[in-house]
Design a protein around this ligand. Structure first.
Ligand code: SF4
Length: 459
């Protein structure tokens, strides 16, 4: 399985990896294809149609904005989140956008962006169709893409031919199951992080791997920092108040309270998760970990590790990210990390499982304990549905990240008190998650047609 840990952890913008980051990358890619075919200057309009879950919850998840930014030549990891509002206001005011920043075309929001709530493209619930036309309305190029979770995109043709975009490189330690991963660790007397280092060396030197891991840690920290210091309301109309700044002030200003209540540590874990998830909901800079909806869990548990575990080191942070990445790859390969495919168990559940494994690795646990921690964390997220109110990544998503972070720490603690042996293997729980997701009604899979999303409105 030649997927890099840096494919899984991507720097992007909120609020959703599948509904914001993926569509932005698809729009950017479509324009690149126009450019490669020499069609940019002939293009007069581009119409984008959004299907399935993108049609249902795309507006709340910022898909419309992502498409405009992608067509305009911006990429999720490079754009400055502070510039976004200015760019979008300009497009709306001028009723035109500059394709790949060079060629201006007409852009009328209602006419050129269509949300189909009842239609779905054949191969995946997150479908997009881009159609470029010339001044006589003759179609120059039409392409379908799917956003398959975690910011990954696949063209219709590749998916139809099962030609998933993956590196075909043979890795030194190739694995596609938890069992194989544990066997590799045993055979070569290596930790999971060491296995991952060796695999990543296929593409990068050790210095470059560490640089990229340290950069992810920097982005995680910056996101927490920004979330702690950004009071106000979240966009979208639900008038959800950002809670992290107030909680931060309280925890910082009353340190003596922690002496009376040892569970104050959990308040800090909640705080880190809220800070990142609120920043994500506001469209800020986050890391897909492995998705944006669940982006608060891994940084919250990493901050817990760094600030509250006495043995914490920067190498521990790196081992955390690499190990979490190994576990995330197993879910991506054998089940899904998309809420639109398997519900929230594929987002918050997977992030929780990855974080539990990462924390166990950073704390020096054996591969067996790490696998056990990952398994416990997912076992108790099985069946978790996706029902965001108003299609916004806010309720229940923000609090759910805090709950996921605390659950990950508990899963690690339970696993570390055992001897590593357990009844349900990680592979079995991944398979169960996939089947549970298949059995789940589509209204619980990022469509905002079930659960809290409808009951709150009815009240
Ligand atoms: S409920 Fe879960 S899967 Fe659905 S949008 Fe929120 S975080 Fe993502």
């Amino acid at each position: 399985m030649a997927v890099s840990v840096f494919d899984l952890f991507k720097v992007g913008i909120g609020p959703s990896s599948s509904h914001t980051v993926g569509p932005m990358r698809a729009a950017f890619l479509f324009c690149q294809q126009l450019q490669h075919r020499g069609l940019i200057n002939q293009t007069s309009t581009i119409t984008t149609q959004l299907f399935g879950s993108l049609g249902h919850t795309g507006k709340g998840h910022g898909t419309d904005k992502a498409i405009i930014l992608g067509l305009s030549g911006f990429q999720p990891d490079k754009i400055d989140p502070d510039d976004i509002d200015k760019i979008l206001t300009e497009v709306e005011k001028e009723k035109s956008l500059s394709l790949t920043l060079t060629h201006a075309i007409k852009f009328n929001y209602k006419k050129h962006l269509k949300f189909h709530k009842r239609k779905i493209l054949p191969l995946h619930s997150n479908g997009m169709r881009f159609v470029a036309s010339d001044k006589d309305d003759t179609v120059l190029l039409s392409k379908d893409f799917y956003s398959v979770g975690g910011g990954f995109i696949i063209s219709h043709n590749k998916l139809a031919q099962k030609e998933i975009i993956e590196d075909s490189t043979v890795l030194p330690y190739s694995f596609s199951s938890g069992e194989q991963l544990l066997a590799l660790c045993k055979e070569h007397d290596k930790s999971i992080a060491q296995i991952m280092y060796t695999n990543e060396k296929t593409w990068l030197s050790v210095e470059e791997i560490n640089q990229q891991l340290d950069n992810l840690w920097r982005v995680f920290k910056a996101c927490v920092e920004r979330g702690l210091n950004s009071p106000g309301e979240l966009p979208g109309g639900l008038k959800v108040k950002r809670r992290a700044p107030e909680l931060f002030n309280e925890l910082r200003d009353k340190p003596q309270a922690a002496l009376r209540d040892p569970l104050t540590i959990l308040d800090w874990v909640n705080l880190y998760a809220l800070a990142v998830s609120e920043e994500n909901a506001a469209g800020g800079r986050v890391v897909t970990a492995p998705t944006n909806g669940a982006a608060g869990i891994i940084p919250a548990v990493l901050h817990y590790y760094y600030h509250f575990c006495p043995q914490a080191t920067i190498q521990g942070v790196r081992d955390f990210i690499l190990t979490a990445g190994a576990i995330g790859m197993l879910y991506k390969e054998n089940a899904s990390i998309s809420g639109a495919e398997v519900g929230c168990q594929g987002e918050v559940g997977v992030a929780c499982s990855m974080a539990a494994a990462g924390l166990a690795a950073a704390c020096g646990e054996s591969p067996e304990h790490i696998e056990n921690a990952a398994e416990i964390a997912m076992e108790h997220n099985l069946g978790l549905t996706c029902d965001p109110i108003g299609g916004l990544v806010q309720i229940p998503c923000i609090e759910r990240n805090a709950m996921g972070a605390v659950k990950a720490i508990n899963a690690f603690r339970m696993a570390s008190r055992g001897d590593g042996s357990h009844w349900v293997s990680l592979d079995k729980v991944i398979k169960t998650m996939k089947i549970t997701g298949q059995d789940m009604q589509s209204k619980y899979k990022e469509t905002s047609r079930g659960g809290l999303a409808v009951n709150i409105i009815e009240c």
